[in-house]
Design a protein around this ligand. Structure first.
Ligand SMILES: CC(C)(COP(=O)(O)OP(=O)(O)OC[C@H]1O[C@@H](n2cnc3c(N)ncnc32)[C@H](O)[C@@H]1OP(=O)(O)O)[C@@H](O)C(=O)NCCC(=O)NCCS
Length: 265
């Protein structure tokens, strides 16, 4: 366990509640509070950081993460999370999940990726925070994040790993620029399928087997392009969703109104 980090006991709960309030987080009622807390205390025994957890069999929900204002930026939150995840992993938990509407970039910087809120509800239907948010009608506005516990680093997307292994096994390695042309040509084939399926726009479009085949080819090509250029698709997708979410909050639209060099649609 990291120095200064320990599991909380009942006597710590008032200090934890005070820290959560000071950090602008809700202090849940005892019935709805996290079942377990890790905390960090300074050399005087004063609470500096806390992290709550509601663990199920194979998934755990992290919540109530707070670091005292004067102690931020020193890795305390990361240390608490790594301590909690190591303990949960040794208990057989496979995934850590959390809700966060405001601190998504933080969770991403410690290896979490955005997942549908429904994943959390399905994995931990009886977790106090899930029940509480459901009862208060908050789930539709929530954003959920997940980190697999098999590795400490961000997991490469599964599909991307499958494609990378396939390409290596069959000696199909190609540079990114060739992979880009391959992707464009697959998108062209997809377009051709749609033209044929609609008799060049004369009938309405119904996805058929040819369409599904071609979408699979496009997806393969995109995964191959991402691998060839060293991009983790889950990671960049998370960043894109955050960008769109903040644009939508700002302007009600997700498209950029002004195209800048670093801010294309
Ligand atoms: C978010 C919070 C817990 C971070 O605590 P911290 O101890 O300062 O975080 P750490 O020092 O461990 O930082 C870990 C990483 O997260 C990044 N990070 C820290 N705060 C961040 C923020 N607000 N936004 C984005 N990234 C952040 C750090 O740069 C660091 O990344 P790096 O190691 O790659 O440089 C703290 O700011 C806090 O208590 N905020 C108020 C309560 C809150 O929002 N809790 C989360 C509820 S979901």
């Amino acid at each position: 366990m990291n120095p200064g980090v320990r599991l909380a006991g009942g006597q710590d709960m008032p200090a934890i509640a005070a820290l959560l309030t000071a950090c602008g987080l809700e202090t849940p009622s005892p019935a709805q509070t996290a079942r377990r807390f890790w905390l960090h205390a300074d050399e005087h025994g004063e609470l500096t950081a806390c992290l709550g957890c509601e663990a199920g069999h194979r998934a755990a929900l992290l919540r109530s993460l707070a670091v005292r204002v004067d102690c931020r930026g020193r890795g305390l939150a990361r240390g608490l999370i790594e301590t909690a995840l190591a303990a949960l992993s040794s208990e057989g938990v496979e995934r850590a999940l959390c809700f966060s509407t405001d601190a998504g970039t933080f969770w991403q910087s410690v290896g979490f990726v955005e997942v549908p809120v429904g994943d959390v509800v399905a994995a931990l239907p009886d977790a106090p925070q899930v029940r509480d948010y459901a009862a208060r009608g908050m789930l539709p506005e929530e954003v959920a994040y997940c980190r697999g516990l098999a590795t400490t680093a961000l997991d490469e997307a599964r599909g991307q790993r499958l494609v990378r292994d396939f390409i290596a096994r069959h000696a199909l390695t190609a540079p990114p620029e060739a992979r880009l042309l391959d992707l464009i040509s697959e998108v062209g084939e997809l377009a051709k399928t749609s033209l044929k399926a609609t008799a060049y726009g004369r009938t309405s479009f119904v996805p058929d087997d040819a369409w599904r085949d071609e979408i699979g080819d496009v997806y393969f090509s995109l995964l191959a392009l991402a691998s060839a250029s060293g991009v983790d698709l889950d990671h960049v997708l998370g960043a894109t969703l955050l960008k769109y979410r903040s644009r939508h909050a700002r302007s009600g639209e997700i498209g950029s109104t002004q195209i800048r060099g670093d801010d294309h649609d």
